[in-house]
Design a binder for this molecule. Structure first.
Ligand code: NAD
Ligand code: TYD
Length: 361
């Protein structure tokens, strides 16, 4: 058995990654270190395939003593680092947690693996890897005619979230250049799919529309994102950990660039068809334009030719099929949604971000 530390494995992408890995790799044991912030839940890990090969530890990635203990106790040879504060709007309201977890937390993990792997040398160099899961948002925003982000596009983050992720990317890169730590980094576009906390665009719009609540579009809604179905991201991460070059960065994306309005209207059309007796048909009538997000990036577009060429990876799911699967998942899992609604923090966030936001024409 190979022992792999996954950080943030009770969150959206982390829990999907653990599901993917347990289902596809029979010889791994996963140690999942997660603080269970508002965004993490053990409900995301219910019904894992082969749960004997998953050990959950509640704790903070900034706790160096704990991280050290886990590395030694479980003989960890690979780290897949996903733990983070991940929501741009929350970073606007309260950036401190982003600095602490995304920058100090990543630094703590890097120090711990450097000491264990490089000083004690418990494994051969080819067996170890620190994989850092990052975002395309570190590149900033694109004008309409700009070419897509490549791995050499200069960093220009615009939100406290993307700035903290950029800082963590730089630290990971520097630990490779300075100490020779075997690392890889993925800069991925917006993910969507099962188990995503309903503060992000797609699950928020599915749940609001299905319940006849307004659909708050920031500004004119013509901002553009690239969207990747979460399972495709999980597959890309594991491909890179197994076969990607140490020290390399790979962009990962879904090969689509719809406007936010297009995404929301597509969700509305799927709901119109799924539930023809809904009193809210056409769901599109629930759309409201609200005051824009400060520092809102206008357009992202990711060039994925490097990972395609080097590793033969490309997304399997199209935006249409992925959205259909996602809407079906949210409609079929009311207990999971109920548990989030009962969380005091969720209602508070909805109040803080949307009440008194103001509508625009
Ligand atoms: P998420 O917010 O759903 O989950 C984050 C998880 O990290 C939660 O389970 C939380 O409890 C845990 N966590 C937070 N602080 C912690 C700490 N100090 N110690 C231990 N655990 C802690 O996030 P996500 O959407 O699953 O994103 C995972 C990673 O992927 C992040 O690094 C994010 O920047 C990156 N990413 C996300 C997207 C996206 O669209 N969601 C796209 C590209 C990259
Ligand atoms: P989000 O899911 O928060 O991801 P990110 O900000 O990391 O791209 O938002 C995706 C897009 O949707 C972004 O342009 C902001 C917009 N958006 C809205 O218009 N309304 C909303 O209520 C939310 C949460 C996002």
């Amino acid at each position: 058995m190979e022992n792999i530390l996954v950080t943030g494995g009770a969150g959206f992408i982390g829990s999907n990654f653990i599901r993917y890995l347990l289902a596809t790799e029979p010889d791994v044991h996963i140690v999942n270190l997660d603080l269970l912030t508002y965004a993490g839940s053990l409900d995301n890990l219910a019904g894992l395939p082969d749960p004997k090969r998953h050990t959950f530890i509640k704790g903070d990635i900034s706790d160096q003593e704990l991280v050290n203990e886990l590395l030694h106790k479980y003989h960890i040879s690979k780290v897949i680092h996903l733990a983070a504060e991940s929501h741009v709007d929350r970073s606007v309201h309260g950036p401190a947690a982003f600095i602490q977890t995304n920058i100090v937390g990543t630094f703590t993990l890097l120090e711990a693996v450097k000491e264990y792997w490089l000083k004690e040398k418990p494994f051969s160099e080819s067996a170890i890897r620190f994989h850092h899961v990052s975002t395309d948002e570190v590149y900033g925003t694109l004008a309409p005619e700009d070419p897509p982000f490549t791995e050499t596009t200069p960093y220009a983050p615009n939100s406290p979230y993307s700035a903290s992720k950029a800082a963590s990317d730089h630290l990971v890169r520097a630990y490779h250049a300075t100490y020779g730590l075997p690392i890889s980094i993925t800069n991925c576009s917006n993910n969507y799919g099962p188990y995503q906390f309903p503060e992000k665009l797609i699950p928020l719009m599915i749940l609001n529309a299905n319940n006849g609540r307004e659909l708050p579009i920031y500004g004119d809604g013509n901002q553009i994102r690239d969207w990747l179905y979460v399972e495709d991201h999980c597959e890309a991460i594991w491909h890179i950990v197994k076969n990607g070059e140490s020290g390399e960065t790979y962009n990962v994306g879904g090969n689509n660039q719809p406007t936010n309005l297009t995404v929301v209207k597509t969700i509305c059309e799927i709901l119109d068809e799924c539930n023809p007796v809904s009193p809210y048909i056409p769901h599109e009538n629930l759309i409201r334009h609200v005051t824009d997000r400060p520092g809102h990036d206008r357009r992202y577009d990711v060039d994925i030719s490097k990972i395609k060429k080097a590793l033969g990876w490309q997304p399997k799911e199209s935006l249409t099929t992925g959205l259909l699967r996602t809407v079906e998942w949210y409609i079929s899992n009311p207990d999971w949604i109920q548990a989030i609604h009962k969380q005091g923090g969720y209602q508070e966030w909805m109040q803080q971000n949307y009440t008194n936001r103001g509508t625009v024409e």
